[in-house]
Ligand binder design. Structure first.
Ligand SMILES: Nc1nc2c(c(=O)[nH]1)N[C@H]1C(S)=C(S)[C@@H](COP(=O)(O)O)O[C@H]1N2
Ligand SMILES: [Mo]
Length: 256
C-alpha cells in the first residue's frame, strides 16, 4: 500500500469523527434557501423542513420486510464503451472524484470507499411513478467524504454526476445528474451505497456506487455516480435546475 493511500486511510478514519461536523456547518436555515428556486417551491421546502427538521430519520425496516423483488427503474444499463469496460474490469479502476468548491479535491477508489466507516439501512424507496420497494443499502455516509474534501464556506449543494447518457444523440449525451443541499447531504441516512441486500450493487440498480438519500423521492437517488461537485448554485450546470429530471420539469425539492 503506497504512502498516499495510507495517509488517505488515516485521514479518513480521523475525518469520520471530528471533521464531519465542520463540513456540515452551513449558513443558518433562514439564509439557506437558494434564490434559484421559485417562491412556491421555497415555501413548500420551508414548510416541509419545519415538520421534518434537519435530522429526522426516514423509517427503517427489518430484514423480513425486504421486498423479494426490487424494481429496477430508469437506465437499466448505461451501456457506454467506458461503462462496459468498467463492468468487464469489475470496476477496479472506478473512481469517485470530489471537486468544485472544496479545499481538498480528492479521488476515491471503490476499495477506499469500502474502507471508510459504513452504514446499513433498510428503507423504502418511493418512485414518483407510484411504486415502492424495501431494500437494504450499505455504504459510506456522505458527510464523512465531504469532511475529507472540506467544502468552502460558499458551498451550498452537492451535485452528483452519473455515467448514463439520457439522450440517444451521441453529440449531446445529457448524462443523468442530481443534487442535494448540504443539509440533506450531511443527513445520517445519506450514503454512497455499494451494496444492496448484502451483495455488491448490480448494474440495473446503479453499480458500482449510487446515492441513497432516504428522505427523498426515487429520482434523487443517483446511480453509477462518478463525480461530486460542491457548488454555490446550479446556474452553470446543464439546464440550471439541479438535476436531469428537474431540467425536465420535476421539482428540485423531492422530500417525502
Ligand atoms: N443515473 C441514474 N440514476 C437514477 C435513474 C436513472 O435513470 N439514472 N433513475 C432514478 C429513478 S426515477 C429511480 S425510481 C431510481 C430507481 O432505482 P433503481 O435503479 O435501484 O431501480 O433511480 C434513480 N436514479
Ligand atoms: Mo423514479
Amino acid at each position: 500500500m503506497g504512502t498516499d493511500r495510507r495517509n488517505f486511510l488515516a485521514r479518513a478514519a480521523a475525518g469520520a469523527g471530528a471533521l464531519a461536523l465542520s463540513a456540515c456547518k452551513g449558513p443558518s436555515e433562514t439564509t439557506w434557501f437558494p434564490k434559484v428556486l421559485d417562491s412556491a417551491e421555497v415555501l413548500t421546502k420551508k414548510v416541509q423542513r419545519l415538520f421534518a427538521g434537519s435530522t429526522t430519520l426516514a423509517p427503517e425496516f427489518t430484514k423480513a420486510d425486504i421486498s423479494p423483488f426490487f424494481k429496477a427503474n430508469g437506465t437499466l444499463n448505461p451501456g457506454t464503451t467506458d461503462y462496459n469496460a468498467a463492468v468487464a474490469n469489475n470496476f477496479q479502476d472506478w473512481k469517485i472524484s470530489v471537486g468544485g468548491l472544496v479545499e481538498h479535491p480528492l479521488k476515491l477508489s471503490l476499495a477506499e470507499l469500502r474502507a471508510l466507516p459504513s452504514r446499513s439501512q433498510i428503507t423504502r424507496h418511493d418512485c414518483v411513478e407510484g411504486w415502492s420497494c424495501i431494500g437494504e443499502w450499505t455504504g459510506a455516509p456522505l458527510k464523512n467524504i465531504l469532511a475529507l474534501a472540506v467544502p468552502r464556506a460558499n458551498a451550498r449543494y452537492v451535485v452528483f454526476y452519473c455515467a448514463d447518457p439520457m439522450s440517444g444523440d451521441p453529440t449531446d449525451p445529457q448524462y443523468y445528474y442530481e443534487s442535494l443541499d448540504l443539509i440533506e447531504a450531511c443527513h445520517p441516512q445519506t450514503i454512497l451505497a455499494y451494496d444492496m441486500n448484502g451483495e455488491a450493487l448490480s448494474v440495473p440498480h446503479g453499480a458500482p456506487v449510487r446515492l441513497r438519500c432516504e428522505r427523498q423521492l426515487g429520482y434523487k437517488h443517483a446511480n453509477n455516480v462518478q463525480r461530486l461537485e460542491l457548488a454555490e448554485s446550479f446556474d452553470h450546470i446543464n439546464g440550471g435546475n439541479g438535476g436531469y429530471w428537474e431540467d425536465n420539469g420535476y421539482t428540485w425539492w423531492a422530500g417525502i
